[in-house]
Every structure is written in C-alpha cells, then in structure tokens.
Ligand binder design. Structure first.
Ligand code: ADP
Ligand code: MG
Length: 729
C-alpha cells in the first residue's frame, strides 16, 4: 500500500472537548486589545483627552504623554501575561512582519525589570535591509523605521506558551518614504476626507470636519486535511496545485453553497471566531462557498484602516487555528484547477464624522441630490481609473481568477441596478435650465427608493456593484492585503468628488439643485460606457467591452504598468498618497514578485514531475511491460491461447503510458530551457515571457501529467488526488 493510501486511515479531526456553555461574545469582545475604553482606565484624564484630540484633530501628543501611554500599555499587557512586544507592520509584499523584543531591561547585576518607554512605543528600527524597497533605499541607508499608528489599537497575540503585545505601525524609510501598505492607506483616507468635506460644504453641511471610508471584506478560503497538504509539494511551496486530475465530482451538483457546515469545519469556525472576538474583529457571517471545501467569513464593516488590519490578522488566525484542527487553510486565489477560486469582496462606502453613510440616499430631495453627486463621482472614478483599479489587484495568484468563469473579469465595469439606472437615464435626458419641485418629482429624486431592500435586483458577476448602501469591489484576491485596493479606491474617488464639486460650482443655473443636476447629468452621460447591467462572465461582454474601448488586461505585469503612467503618478502626487518614487517602487516590487512566484512554481513543477509523476509512470509502465512480456512468452509457449485483439489492447495501453511519460518529460525539459533562456532578461521582459510562454507550457505539462494520473494505478500514484483533498471530511 502506498503512503497516500495509508493516509486514508489517518485522516481525522482532532479530539475536542465539548464546550458545555459557550461564553457570551459581548463578555469578552476586544479583551485582548488596548482599545479606547481600556486606555481610559489606565491613563490620566488629561493624557486621554490629548490622545483623543490627536485622533480627531491631528494635534500630536507630547513625549511625556507618549511615555504615559507606553507605560499604561505595558502594564496592561503584563497584567494579561505578555512578556514580549513587537511593532507589527505590513511590508509591500503583502504579508505582515514582526520583530519581537522582550520587555526586560537590566536593573543591576543579574537583575532585570520590565520596562517600555514612549520612544520605544513611537518608533522602532527593525533591520529593514531585507524588506524589498523597490529601490527607495540605497544600501548605504538601509535603515527603515516603524512608527506607531495610534488609530489602530494595540493587541495581544496568544501562543500556547506565551503572549506578545503587538503594536500596529507604519514602516518608513529614513527620509519618510512609505515602505509599507498602511501609510499610503492612511494618506488616502486624508485625501478622501478633505474632498468629501468640501463636497459636503457645497451641500450646506458646514459643520462636517472629517470623513472616512468604511470596509467589510468577505474572506473566502479553502480547508483541506493537513496530511494531504504535507504530501503535496505544490501546495506546500506555492499554495496551489500545479497538477492534479479533476475529480469526477466537483461542484457540478451545486450541493455545497450555503449547505450544512460539517462538524469539523464548524468547530474550526467557532475557534477562529473566538480568537477574532478577543482581538475585537467583528466577525458576523460564516458559510459554505460554491466549491467543495470552500468557505467564507464576513465581518461587520469598520473604518477601512481598522478593517485592513483586522483582515490581515484574521488571515493569520485562520491559518493558525486550522493547524490546531489538523487542517490547512488555503488562501490562494486558485488552489484547484477546474473549480471556483477564492476572492475577497470589498464592500466599500464612506461616512462623514457624524456617521452618515454618503452612499445612502436620504429622505429629502436635497439629500438625494447629494447622493447622486457622490454616485456620479464613483462612476467617474471607475471610468477614468479602471486601469488603477485593475492594477490594485494584480498579482500572480489573482491572475488565475480574473476572467476565469467564476470571478469578475479583468474588465472594470459598474453595476447599478434597474431602478437607479432608470433614474440616471431620466436625469441625463431631462435636465432643464431651471428645476422646479415638479421636475424633481418627475425625475424620481424627490424620494429615492431604499435600494438595499430590493433583493431581486442583484448582479453577482459585476466587479464593481452597487449593493444598496455601498459598492462591492469583487475582483480582489483572497490572499491580498486589502490596503492597496482601498488606497486606490479612496484616491480616485477623492479626485472625482473634487471634480463634481468643481463642476457644480462652475455650472450655470440659479439654484444649487439645477447646477448639481446639470453636473451629474453630464457625468452620467460621459461615463455611461463603464456601466454594465448584464452578465459579466459572458463572452458577449468581452466583445461589447472591446467595442466600448474599456481596458481588458489579463496579464499582471501589463496591468501593473498603470502605476508608471504619467496621469496616475500625477494623481497620486496631487493627493499626496504616493510620491513618484514610492509608486514606481511598488511597480518594481510587484513585477518582481510575479516573476519570483512563477519561477518557484515552475521549479516546483519540475521537481514534482521528476520526483513523483515520472517515477510513478515508470513503475506502472514496468508493471505493464513485465506483464506483457510474460503474456507474450506464455502465448508463444502455447500455454495461453490469447486473442490477438486482447494482446494488442495491452500493447496499446503500454504504448499510451510510455507516450504520456514522454510528453510530460519533453515539455518539462522545454520549460526548464525557457527558464534558463530568460535568466538574463529584465523583470518586465521576463514577466512578459512568463505570461505568454511559461504559463501555457505549465498548463501543457499539467494536461499530460493529469492524463498520466488518470491511467496509472491508484497504488503507484503517491500524490494526493483532488477527490481526496476536496471530499474527505
Ligand atoms: P450583501 O447582502 O450586499 O452581501 P451584507 O449586509 O450581507 O450585504 O453585507 C456584506 C458586507 O458588507 C458585510 O461585511 C457588511 O458589514 C458590509 N457593509 C455593509 N454596509 C457597509 C458600508 N456602509 N461600508 C462598508 N461595508 C459595508
Ligand atoms: Mg461571497
């Protein structure tokens, strides 16, 4: 019996002790975070109000106050059992990084005490030279600094043998350039806030000082048994299966989506949720997704900066908790060929400082006009900057999803729904030089319907869909840090809010209503091409989009080129989100990461072919040829009267196996030659060849390897099969 088959007897969930009376969530929600309520208990009134002023009005605190907060944070963390602390940050590679330090400090010979000062809270200096900087830092000034982000509460991560205080930070170079994903997000929030406040002023809301974006990311993922994972080099090293014949049953019966969650999985979900709640992550929904062993978690939305931190934390928690259940959580965008991949739908909106959602139509015509102005800004932003949106989600893993059948295509379009479309069309047609009350009623904006109540009006295929009180950006990959997409959305919408405000001020017309309607009517007309209400997965849409001149970029590296376009660099500079150097650095890093990913994948495939696929084929081939030799001998000696057709059939089978081995080997050698040949090319050129030649070649190898898998005897095939990874509970 092969190792793989032996596993069948070992695969099982861990023994868990039954929880008789689960704790009430509200009793422990956020208990491992140093949130405002906790901070207030630990520091003086004056320092607390200084801290709040810092958060709300941007007035920084003094070093003494920082010292007081650091001391409080330390005391709180120590009281919870933490012995180490770390500045927690998000480098440009999309992971999270930490370097732990103990709280101890020498207090005399052989004696230590726990200490943590304000300067250590505010700034850290990890050895930054090994984080990619995309050329921002020359090696002689390799220093990078982490700086405390007080807007995101510090938290405690529990391990079995100890606890660590984690302090959310930004990561910057010596000269202050952003080396991470968080600082640009914070800057884009500033930009959005400023633009939103100006627009609101126009509508008479002079008392609004701030606005912020909100986000609820829906996290899709797969779970598979850990034993199988460990036997798959591809999953282990690349996060996805590079080969694997399809299971006869996949997702055809659609019997998984929203089905009963299996006990083993629901236990995992309970534990993830408990850990998440302790960290103040407001998980809300959990369910089965479309593919076998695919699931989803969705939180209640929060301010985007917090939502982004929480999503990073959640992904880490999911991976960690899965291991405790003998499971592996796969966050890759396309772990299995032929069945759905995983994405992360970003529900995005923005609110003013009073908590009014600006994508919520109001009760009065004035509020509705404001809503339409905001809507116009969103449409214009997506229309003008589809290339940036596409770039914000470009990565090797997501490339498998975009344009594949179950995921939004690489064409960025907006879905608004019937009702809203009808209203927009009427506005576009019917704007007069003066708008009366009657006109407002006729145009359907006196009272806009509550769009979110309209559940029939849904389009699940649109990459950027209006869903009642928010937009849903569906093209984000499941493993991605959402900060980049959020940064781009915030920036392009800030710019369009300014545009709409500017045009409204310039427009002819006596009253504000007329001027606003004129402006939005023009925007609705000019951006009409970006609206699409039909099926985004259909081939007709690809043709139609081409006719409309909408970009449809399948390749990651080509999509990333948007970051180098002068119009986009200018945009980011104008809104102080990225400097030219910062955005170009990201371009270089991300193209390079694409290359590295493909190189790791093809080298892994090569190893699998040589070490697993071909040996299995050869063993089986030997079995067949030994058999055949014996049959021929027995026939010759007259001991067996063998039918010619039967003998020919066996010969053909042997020849078929030999041919399959040959094709796998031949193409694999060609793949390795291609890698060799492209070694000297620069990153962009390599990415181009990898996309056009290497990927198809890998698919080709896969086709033959999978064909071999489906003829080789089960016993000789060592790699866990799709049916086992996807169906064994
Ligand atoms: P849907 O039916 O459109 O999926 P849900 O109410 O189930 O809507 O919400 C889906 C996700 O959208 C949740 O994570 C939710 O918190 C988030 N969401 C709801 N309102 C907003 C908002 N104003 N801003 C950002 N995200 C939101
Ligand atoms: Mg979903």
């Amino acid at each position: 019996m092969g190792l793989r088959q032996e596993l069948l007897f070992r695969v099982k969930s861990v023994e868990l002790e039954k929880v008789k009376m689960p704790k009430k969530i509200s009793a422990y929600f956020g208990e491992n975070t140093f949130n405002l309520a906790t901070m207030q208990r630990y520091i003086s009134k004056a320092t607390f109000s200084a801290f709040k002023r810092w958060m709300n009005e941007g007035l920084t605190i003094t070093l003494e106050q920082a010292n007081e907060i650091a001391g409080a944070m330390k005391n709180w963390a120590i009281s919870k059992g933490a012995t180490y602390y770390t500045h927690w940050f998000q480098p440009m590679t999309g992971l999270t990084a930490e370097k732990h330090d103990s709280f101890i400090s020498i207090a005399g010979p052989g004696k230590v005490i726990e200490k943590f000062s304000g300067d250590k809270l505010i700034q850290g200096e990890p050895d930054a030279s090994s984080f990619p900087s995309g050329g921002i830092r020359a090696t002689f000034e390799a220093r990078g600094y982490t700086a405390w982000d007080p807007s995101s509460p510090a938290f405690i991560i529990e391990s079995t043998l100890g606890k660590t205080l984690c302090i959310p930070t930004i990561f910057i170079s010596y000269h202050g350039e952003a080396l991470d994903k968080k600082l640009p997000l914070l800057r884009s929030e500033e930009a959005l806030s400023k633009s939103a406040v100006s627009l609101l002023k126009l509508f008479g809301h002079k008392d609004i000082k701030k606005a912020y974006s909100t986000c609820g990311p829906e996290q899709e993922y797969f779970l598979i048994d850990r034993h199988y994972y460990n036997l798959r080099q591809d999953l282990l090293l690349t996060g996805r299966t590079l080969i694997g014949a399809p299971s006869p049953k996949g997702q055809q019966l659609e019997d998984q989506y929203f089905g009963t969650i299996k006990e083993r999985v629901v236990n995992f979900m309970f534990e993830v949720a408990e850990e998440a709640y302790k960290l103040g992550i407001p998980l809300m929904t959990r369910h089965n997704e479309v593919a076998p062993h695919q699931y989803e978690f969705a939180p209640i939305f929060e301010e985007s900066n917090i939502a982004a931190d929480h999503n990073q934390l959640l992904m880490e928690l999911m991976k960690k908790v899965a291991l405790r259940h003998n499971l592996i959580c796969l966050l890759h965008e396309k772990p299995f060929a032929g069945i759905n991949g995983s994405g992360k739908h970003l529900n995005w909106s923005f609110s003013d400082s009073k908590g009014n959602n600006l994508l919520n139509p109001g009760e009065t015509p004035e509020d509705n006009l404001q809503f339409l102005a905001v809507l116009a800004a969103v449409l214009r932003a997506v229309y003008l900057h589809a290339d940036l949106l596409r770039a914000s989600i470009a990565m090797a893993g997501n490339e498998h999803r975009l344009g594949a059948n179950e995921a939004p295509p690489a064409i960025m379009s907006v879905f608004l729904g019937d009702q809203l479309t009808r209203i927009l069309d009427m506005i576009e047609r019917g704007v007069k030089s003066r708008i009366s009350k009657r006109d407002i009623i006729d145009l359907g904006i006196a009272r806009l319907p509550r769009f979110n109540k309209d559940v029939t009006d849904r389009n699940r295929t649109s990459p950027f869909a209006f869903t009642g009180t928010k937009f849903e950006f569906r093209a984000v990959g499941s493993s991605q840090n959402i900060s980049t997409a959020l940064t781009v959305i915030n920036t392009i919408i800030a710019e369009s809010l300014d545009y709409v405000a500017g045009q409204t001020q310039k427009a002819q017309g006596k009253d504000l209503n007329t001027r606003v309607l004129k402006t939005v009517a023009t925007v609705f007309k000019e951006t009409k091409k970006v609206r699409f209400e039909g099926n985004n997965y259909s081939p007709e849409w690809v043709k139609e989009a081409k006719k409309r001149g909408l970009p449809n970029v399948a390749s990651t590296a080509e999509a990333l080129e948007a970051l180098t376009k002068e119009k986009n660099i200018k945009l980011f500079e104008k809104y102080k989100v990225f400097s030219r150097e910062e955005i170009l650095a990201r371009y270089h890093i991300w193209v390079h990461m694409y290359d590295l990913t493909l190189e790791i994948e093809s080298n892994t495939l090569n190893e699998m072919v040589n070490a697993s696929v071909v040996p299995a084929g050869l063993e089986y081939q030997k079995l067949l040829s030994d058999n055949l030799a014996q049959l021929v001998r027995l026939k010759k000696e007259g001991k067996v009267r063998l039918d010619k057709a039967a003998l020919d059939d066996q010969k053909a089978h042997l020849a078929d196996v030999a041919a399959k081995i040959y094709y796998v080997r031949r193409n694999t050698k060609e793949m390795m030659r291609l890698l060799e040949r492209t070694k000297g090319l620069n990153a962009e050129k390599r990415a181009d060849v990898y996309f056009r030649e290497l990927k198809p070649l890998m698919e080709h190898i896969r086709k033959h390897a999978d064909a071999l898998e489906s003829v080789v005897s089960d016993e000789h095939w060592e790699l866990p099969k799709y049916r086992e990874m996807l169906f064994i509970k």
